[in-house]
Design a protein around this ligand. Structure first.
Ligand SMILES: [Zn+2]
Length: 249
C-alpha cells in the first residue's frame, strides 16, 4: 500500500475521458497484450499534471489508459467461485473480484521449465530460448530482435465449497509477491523446498484477487488471472455472502 497509489487514484477519479489532458513525466510506457494497446504505468516517481495549460480541444492521436500497481485496492466485491464463474460468463467484459478459496492445484514441484517461462516483452507471447524473434504475427516488435522477460508462469486452480475455477494464470510479479520468492531464488531451491513452498499454499484458504475475461478458446469460456494472492486472515474469511456489482476495466 503506497500513498502515491491512493493519491493517483484520487487524482484520476474526476477526470473526463477524451477531455482531460494529463501531462505525465516519468511514466513507463509498454504494450499491453490483454488490452491490445499501449499503456502508461505510473509509479512514485511519476509527476502528473492535470490540464497543463493546453488549448481546450486537443486532437487526440493517442488515448492512454493508466494502470496502477495497486489496482487491486479498488476491487472490493467478494464472490464464491461459482458466483465468479457465473458472473463472468454473463459479463462480456472483464470481471474483477475477490474470492476466499483454497488453491487446489499449484505445480511448483514440476520441472522448472513448467514454472518459469520466457515471454516477449512486447506482446507476452511465449518465446523459446533458441528463437531470437517473436513468432506472434501481431507483435508490435515483429522483425526486431526479441526482448524477452523471464518470470513465474503458473496455472493454478482454486476451489471453495461451490466449485473450482481451473487454470488461472499466476505470473510474475504477482507470483513473486504471493510466493515470497524471486525467480532467481526459486531456481536455487531444492525439490524438497519447492514442495514445502507448495504446501504452504495448497489447501490453505487464500484471499485471491482475480480478473476473469471471456475466452472462447477455453472449454469453460472464461480465463482467470490472479492479480493478488495471500493466505487469508482467518478473521477476514468471507464465504461470498455479499456479492455485489460487476466492475469493468
Ligand atoms: Zn512479441
Amino acid at each position: 500500500t503506497h500513498s502515491w497509489d491512493r493519491e493517483a487514484i484520487q487524482l484520476m477519479q474526476p477526470l473526463i475521458p477524451r477531455e482531460t489532458v494529463l501531462f505525465i513525466a516519468d511514466a513507463k510506457i509498454s504494450f499491453d497484450s490483454f488490452r491490445s494497446g499501449m499503456v502508461a504505468t505510473v509509479n512514485s516517481k511519476s509527476i502528473i499534471t492535470v490540464n497543463p495549460g493546453v488549448p481546450k480541444k486537443v486532437p487526440f492521436k493517442y488515448t492512454c489508459m493508466l494502470l496502477f500497481w495497486s489496482a487491486v485496492e479498488s476491487i472490493t466485491d467478494v464472490y464464491t467461485v461459482s458466483q465468479l464463474m457465473q458472473k463472468a460468463r454473463e459479463n462480456p467484459e472483464a470481471l474483477f473480484g475477490i474470492t476466499y478459496s483454497f488453491i487446489s492445484k499449484l505445480d511448483l514441484d514440476s520441472s522448472a521449465s513448467k514454472v518459469i517461462k520466457t515471454r516477449c516483452s512486447k506482446c507476452k507471447f511465449l518465446v523459446t530460448e533458441d528463437l531470437n524473434s517473436c513468432t506472434n504475427q501481431l507483435c508490435p516488435g515483429k522483425g526486431q530482435i526479441v526482448s524477452a522477460t523471464t518470470g513465474f508462469d503458473l496455472l493454478v486452480d482454486f476451489t471453495d465449497h461451490t466449485g473450482t475455477l481451473h487454470a488461472c494464470s499466476l505470473r510474475s510479479p504477482v507470483a513473486e509477491k504471493a510466493l515470497g520468492c524471486t525467480v532467481k531464488e526459486f531456481i536455487s531451491l531444492t525439490d524438497g523446498e519447492r514442495t514445502a513452498m507448495k504446501w504452504k499454499f495448497l489447501l490453505e484458504r487464500c484471499k485471491i484477487y482475480v480478473k476473469i475475461i471471456p475466452s472462447p478458446k477455453m472449454k469453460s469460456g472464461i480465463r482467470g488471472m490472479v492479480l493478488d494472492c495471500s493466505l487469508a486472515d482467518p478473521g477476514e474469511v468471507n464465504l461470498g455472502s455479499k456479492h455485489l456489482q460487476i466492475c469493468t476495466s
